[in-house]
Design a protein around this ligand. Structure first.
Ligand SMILES: Nc1ncnc2c1ncn2[C@@H]1O[C@H](COP(=O)(O)OP(=O)(O)OP(=O)(O)O)[C@@H](O)[C@H]1O
Length: 610
């Protein structure tokens, strides 16, 4: 199938999820692709937010027109003038964003970025990232009398951009107006990332990373883990490697960084030969200008050519750090175990001895943390562990009984409940309904959409990557507020405004549940996590675990994790927040829950009023 035909198929699937009539949209899509010459001519395309938005707007316009057949017949669409102009604007905008991103990325790896300088040596001219140039200039021009002074009053050492211990720093949000008081880490945070302050322990983590310590970061979803390695990588000399489990996650991160003029790139099978070669060419230089290189674990562990090149850079002292994102994938006790993750430690020890590491995760229990540290050869002595509370005060946790019976129209009552919950409590708001199987996922979506008028789509591993990507983009853009999904809708799902996450059935583990429900309320606004529980689902989950591929031992571990999940579901007394946090080794006083879980709310109701 050639590329345009593939686009037609994928975009049609998306349009039908949105309720557009299939045959009519097919022709419209062909028109759309005809307009978007860039898509038609390329074997590989980047389907990004701009493209999906342009497409959906285009569909909307087509739908409003009574005679779609006219469009079919005409060589160019006969749209009302205003609409056509609007679409032209969308088109131009989408194409411009698309091209700008590609060009930026290409210019980094091919070394064409205007005004770029070598940013890698301590004595080199200021950092080449345009945003950071001001930082450098500022530090370099700091007047001598205002530099930090030693005890005897003598002038302190001239500040360098690795000077991260300025005692006058105003951390955690309040910068004041005096720029002289800010150190390099603060300035990089402001200039490169546009943040006015640090969250949690971000600053300390950056400082320790710059001091070449091993660091283990446990921070809840949305806590701000990325900054902990992106900032030190920008400021430290040399190149940092980031291992991340998903291509979509890598793409999102690199895109966001390139948009900030940050020299980051990646190597993946989704790149064209030309793109891959350009990255290799850059890496083969004595001093590559790339600061952050994203890789999948498979590539890091299996690609001999890449290992050779990175090994050479390490021997030349040019590697700065190995970062392992979503580090719980290393451990069999984590809910997302990946074999290639397990081998990262071996490769690191053999090819990159002495290279500082950073491991980051949002879900590690004590057992997982110990496992990860052991695998990555991070010793207690050389490693600083940062744990941010996993409490999410803005999420209301609830477990409700699930009713399997059908209502008078033959619709399962639990589906009718979900529909009513969405339509009365969160109409039009963004949310996720997690389902146990692919079939349930499609079925629930059909019920919600066709019987109850909920605007929703579905997402599961049985769809092609492109179809999944389209649905995810439509969801992110707010076009499909609700997604019925299996756990395949997982890592990398980054939408701050999710108001609710419903689990239609019991999840497989507490870790998974925390991760999935934690996608609600990343913007800090009130959100809800509702789990529907029926004893029947315990047997179903168990069957899924034992029927899946894998070794007996790993299945037994999964069954144990599931039992803990079951205990959580059947507990009708203890504070949910306390149970979740205790699972991650954190103590929480139930009083602080203040009725924000079903068990505490029920207890408060029962209590006689004074
Ligand atoms: N210091 C900060 N000030 C303002 N915004 C911040 C700060 N740190 C992070 N953020 C923002 O918070 C959001 C979440 O950050 P990030 O994606 O790094 O979280 P995360 O911990 O990696 O989450 P996940 O586990 O889902 O990947 C991002 O939009 C990021 O820009």
């Amino acid at each position: 199938m050639n590329a345009p035909q593939q686009h037609v198929r994928d975009l049609t699937a998306l349009a039908s999820q949105l309720g557009f009539e299939k045959q009519a949209t097919r022709t419209a899509i062909e028109k759309f692709l005809w307009w978007r010459k860039d898509l038609r001519d390329q074997a590989k395309i980047v389907v990004d937010d701009a493209l999906v938005n342009a497409f959906l707007d285009f569909l909307q316009q087509q739908k409003q027109r009574p005679a779609l057949s006219q469009i079919q017949a005409a060589p160019r669409p006969v749209a009302p003038k205003r609409a056509a102009t609007e679409f032209e604007a969308y088109k131009a905008d989408a194409a411009a964003t698309f091209n700008a991103r590609r060009q930026k990325l290409a210019s980094y790896v091919e070394g064409k970025s205007a005004g770029r300088q070598d940013i890698t040596s301590r004595n080199a001219a200021p950092l080449t990232i345009p945003g950071l140039f001001g930082v450098e200039r500022h530090v370099a021009q700091r007047p001598a009398e205002r530099r930090p002074r030693g005890a005897a009053g003598e002038a302190g050492p001239a500040p360098s951009r690795f000077d991260v211990t300025d005692p006058t720093v105003v951390a955690d949000g309040s910068y004041g107006s005096d720029w002289e008081r800010l150190d390099t880490v603060d300035l990089a945070n402001l200039k490169v990332f546009g943040n006015k302050g640090f969250r949690h322990s971000q600053k300390r983590i950056c400082e320790l990373a710059l001091a070449k310590r091993d660091v283990f970061v446990l921070m809840p979803t949305g806590g701000g883990k990325s900054l902990c390695y992106q900032l030190p990588a920008a400021v430290a000399p040399g190149l940092s490697i980031v291992i991340s489990p998903l291509l979509s996650l890598i793409n999102d991160q690199v895109k966001a960084l390139v948009d900030k003029d940050y020299p980051a790139t990646y190597l993946s099978s989704s790149q064209t030969e030309r793109e891959r070669k350009a990255v290799y060419r850059e890496l083969a230089k004595t001093r590559p200008t790339i600061k952050l290189l994203y890789l999948t674990p498979e590539q890091f562990v299996k690609s001999g050519a890449l290992q050779d090149i990175l090994g050479r850079l390490h021997r030349a002292g040019f590697l700065s750090r190995l970062v392992v994102d979503e580090a719980h994938c290393i451990s069999q006790w984590g809910h997302d175990f990946r074999v290639d993750y397990k081998n990262i430690g071996k490769v690191k020890q053999t090819l990159f001895p002495g290279l500082p590491s950073m491991a980051l995760t949002a879900t590690a229990t004590e057992a997982v943390r110990t496992d990860v540290m052991k695998t990555l050869h991070m010793t207690k002595k050389s490693t600083d562990v940062f744990r941010v509370s996993f409490n999410r005060p803005n999420i209301r946790w609830q477990v409700l009984p699930k009713n399997y019976e059908n209502d008078k129209d033959g619709i399962p009552q639990y589906v009718a409940y979900i529909a009513e919950y969405i339509n009365t409590k969160w109409p039009g708001e963004s949310g996720i309904v997690y389902c146990m199987t692919r079939d349930e996922c499609e079925e629930t979506c059909a019920y919600l959409r066709d019987e109850f008028g909920v605007r929703c789509g579905f997402y599961h591993a049985g769809m092609t990557p492109k179809q999944r990507n389209l649905v995810q983009l439509a969801w992110k853009a707010g076009r499909l507020p609700v997604i019925c999904a299996t756990v395949a809708f997982g890592m990398g799902v980054d939408n701050a405004h999710v108001r609710f996450v419903v689990h239609q059935s019991m999840p497989q583990s507490m870790e998974g549940y925390y991760q999935e429900s934690g996608r609600a309320g990343r913007d800090g606004q009130p959100a809800e996590a509702v789990l529907l529980f029926h004893q029947r689902d315990v047997g179903r989950v168990k069957r899924l675990i034992y029927m899946a591929k894998g070794k007996k031992k790993s299945k037994e571990i999964k069954a144990k994790l599931m039992e803990q999940m079951q205990e959580y579901c059947v507990d009708a007394r203890e504070c949910r927040r306390k149970l979740i946090l205790a699972y991650f080794g954190e103590t929480f006083c139930a009083e602080r829950c203040a009725g924000t879980c079903d068990n505490c709310a029920a207890r408060n109701k029962r209590r006689p009023r004074k």
